[in-house]
Write a new protein. Structure first.
Length: 156
């Protein structure tokens, strides 16, 4: 789980750096980018990766952990890159990577002892909440999968 912690730390520091730059010389999406790096790249990653250990959930295989780490960080970089350059296709790729990572995290949820059930439910709620956030965020960026939902809602 050290990989998740290290990557989260890098994202949090990057978010602080972006916030400092944006406060000195504001740029489009600066505040959003700082918050995204800290919340999605940093805190969410800490809750998803090392958080499962705190809750006593079963540890996934090394292959699944690597896949989770790669997909989450790929998405964490691709989404803001796509937003900053105005490329919804890149946002879509990043959103798909984040959703893929969340599917891998969800795959590892199993009911554990009665004492750990609340933690397991909280972890599942975190995954569901993050998945909904990915879809809503992609809709705001006019990218799939969220843009598909907006289009479907408008046409009905």
């Amino acid at each position: 789980m050290a990989g998740f912690s290290a990557a989260a730390g890098i994202f949090i520091v990057a978010g602080g750096f972006v916030a400092a730059v944006d406060s000195a010389s504001p740029f489009p999406h600066g505040a959003w980018l700082a918050a995204y790096f800290v919340l999605v790249g940093g805190i969410s990653q800490l809750l998803l990766g090392p958080g499962r250990i705190v809750l006593g959930l079963p540890r996934p295989s090394a292959t699944i952990r690597r896949l989770q780490l790669v997909l989450w960080n790929l998405g964490g970089i691709a989404v803001p890159a796509g937003v900053l350059v105005g490329a919804p296709g890149i946002v879509t790729v990043g959103s798909a990577a984040l959703l893929g990572a969340l599917a891998c995290f969800a795959r590892g949820i199993r009911w554990v002892t009665r004492e750990r059930r609340a933690g397991t439910l909280a972890y599942g709620a975190l995954i569901l909440g993050l998945a909904m956030s990915v879809v809503i965020g992609s809709a705001l960026a006019d990218a799939a999968p969220g843009a598909w939902l907006v289009t479907a809602a408008i046409t009905q």
